[in-house]
Design a protein around this ligand. Structure first.
Ligand code: B1M
Length: 208
């Protein structure tokens, strides 16, 4: 097994301290930081994404893997100038107004980041005006909204309406436990993803 495969295995197993140790070793041995990210950390997370989608891994394991991957990326990130970091698109993500659930949203954000997107995570309880403000400030390709409550999911509609009113050119996608494709169609969203792995695929398809 190569060093990169070894690092991937630690990510898949969610072994944060081993991920940090192995990443540090690879950095000290002079490996290219982007190779460490792509061939080690992200490669591991890609396996996790696929297993999660197939029902072979569950939320706690995915969160541990995502946390381990993020810990490795933190070590390597300072070594990479911003311009060297290949970004395949920019996503602003937040949980809608009145909703404090953020585990799923953070999982989606981490999966997007690990797939090469630049992600601006604007947090929870985000009113339509705040989403619009963030779009104007960061000029993302995609705005992703998360809602876990049947009461708060209605704010997705308000946000999409405000984005349209303001004439902003951005794709709006939605997700969260109570959300369906029918609801996405009804409120004029550009896409719906039932889980974090599908959200990454959806974003790639929307920009591809
Ligand atoms: Co709350 N809660 N909660 N809760 N909570 C639910 C959602 C609920 C279904 C529980 C229940 O009653 N069975 C219920 C909602 C009922 C409804 O509206 N139909 C509920 C309720 C009622 C409430 C309160 C009102 C309880 C109260 O105070 N009386 C309250 C509301 C607070 C508020 O938001 N204003 C509340 C509070 C909380 C906690 C704070 C205690 C905590 C949240 C902690 C946190 O997030 N930091 C909490 C939790 C943990 C849950 C449950 C148990 C788990 C949610 C979760 O994290 N799931 C949940 C019950 C359940 O779902 N089994 C429940 C794991 C997570 C990985 O999945 O978020 O679905 P999920 O994300 C998935 C996909 O949905 C998708 O990808 C993710 C990964 O696959 N996805 C996206 C999510 N966002 C996406 C965005 C995208 C794409 C995909 O963008 C395009």
């Amino acid at each position: 097994m190569s060093d990169y495969q070894n690092l991937s295995q630690f990510v898949i197993a969610g072994k944060e301290s081993q991920v940090k140790e192995k990443t540090q070793q690879l950095v000290e041995a002079g490996n290219n930081p982007l190779d460490i990210i792509n061939q080690g950390l992200i490669a591991g997370m890609n396996v996790v994404g696929a297993r999660f989608k197939n029902g072979e891994m569950f939320v706690p394991e995915v969160l541990m893997a995502a946390r381990s991957m993020a810990a490795g990326i933190e070590i390597v990130k300072p070594l990479i100038a911003d311009t060297d970091m290949p970004s395949i698109g920019k996503v602003v993500i937040g949980t809608v107004k009145g909703d404090l659930h953020d585990i799923g949203k953070n999982l989606v954000a981490m999966m997007l980041e690990s797939s090469g997107f630049t992600v601006i995570n604007i947090g929870i309880d985000i009113a339509p005006e705040k989403f619009v403000e963030a779009i104007k400030q960061h000029h993302p390709d995609i705005v992703a909204m998360s809602a876990l409550l049947t009461t708060t999911m209605l704010h997705m509609k308000d946000t999409i309406e405000l984005i349209k009113e303001e004439g902003l050119k951005v794709k709006a996608i939605i997700g969260g436990a109570p959300i369906s494709q029918d609801f996405a169609d009804e409120i004029g969203a550009d896409g719906f993803a039932p889980d974090a792995a599908s959200a990454t695929e959806l974003c790639k398809n929307l920009l591809g």
